[in-house]
Design a protein around this ligand. Structure first.
Ligand code: SAM
Length: 290
């Protein structure tokens, strides 16, 4: 069954008596080349578990199941579960779980289904919660090998931006701590039903086994980035003095000086590693004076 065929999608949903739920970000793919390409590019070896978020009616799920040993698909919409049980019935390596990905116990899920294999994430993400889902996955502490997601094109640009560019933001700098990000390809809005207002793009994050630079206090590091971008038009010194909390303006200036940055530099010029060095100096200042 071609689950990207518009007539098939409509009839499968009509048979189940359900319609598209906008509040769940339901935009289903209608061009079968796209799920094939995503599945081809989301991991390097087939002996692994793929965690799919939001299978919809299963078009990407079936492509993943053809290429990888095990697929666990977490879908929030209860109405889609009987649909998935039918559309994916020919596969014995798929488990569908009716849960909210932000609430499910990811550690238990992986323990139960991965059989010790490496785990990758793959999803055409619901756009209304792209960043919360990404942060949830990254902050879970689980060693995913790759996270490959379709997101709005402008979000893809942000995730893969270089320091100093207009697309560079807090999420870009934070992501740089977890892994390297590549934009794989763009997908036009016409490839979905219902069609969203903007184009999408697929990005792949290859997570580091170990971050290539040391961070003494992860919370401080993240807070530095958030403070710097909360006031991105201000100098780094002013933004951190106003928003970071716990440091005097002199201490912030001292840390910026220790890094060798210009005193008028803005946070948007700093790479992830620059933020790590800055946060480490702030940490030293705090602990020395404690
Ligand atoms: N994978 C399908 C495709 O590519 O055609 C559907 C993708 S659609 C953009 C997003 C899917 O995520 C929908 O099936 C939606 O119900 C599901 N979803 C939305 N929020 C979710 C959440 N918090 N947890 C799990 N699934 C969610």
């Amino acid at each position: 069954m071609d689950l990207c065929n518009i007539s098939v999608i409509k009839s499968v949903m009509a048979d189940a008596g359900i319609s598209f739920h906008k509040e769940f970000g339901q935009n289903f793919l209608t061009n079968r080349i796209i799920p094939e390409d995503i599945a081809d590019n989301c991991a390097d070896t087939s002996e692994r578990m793929i965690l799919e978020i939001g299978p919809g009616i299963g078009c990407l799920t079936q492509e993943l199941a053809m290429r990888y040993k095990k697929v666990v698909a977490v879908e929030i919409d209860r109405g889609l579960i009987p649909v998935l049980n039918k559309t994916l019935s020919e596969f014995d390596n798929i488990t569908v779980i009716n849960e909210d990905i932000l609430k499910v116990d990811l550690h238990a899920l992986i323990e139960d289904y991965s059989e010790g294999m490496p785990v990758s994430v793959c999803a055409n993400l619901p756009y209304y919660i792209t960043t919360p889902i990404l942060m949830h996955l990254l902050e879970s502490g689980i060693k995913f090998s790759t996270i490959t997601v379709m997101v709005q094109n402008e979000v893809a640009a942000r995730l893969s931006a270089k320091a100093g560019s207009s697309d560079y933001g807090a999420i870009t700098a934070i992501l740089g701590y977890y892994g390297s990000v590549r934009k794989l390809f763009r997908v036009s809005a016409g490839c979905f039903i219902p069609a969203p207002k903007v184009d999408s793009a697929v990005v792949r994050i290859d997570l580091y086994d170990k971050c290539p630079f040391e961070i003494k206090d992860e919370r401080l590091f993240r807070n530095c980035i958030k403070a710097a971008f909360e006031m991105r038009r201000k100098t780094l010194e002013n933004a951190l003095s106003a928003k970071l909390g716990g440091f005097t303006k002199d201490q912030v200036a001292e840390a910026i000086g220790c890094c060798g940055f210009d005193e008028k530099i803005r946070g948007e010029r700093l790479s992830t590693e620059d933020f790590a060095v800055l946060a480490n100096h702030l940490y030293d200042i705090k602990t020395e004076k404690a």
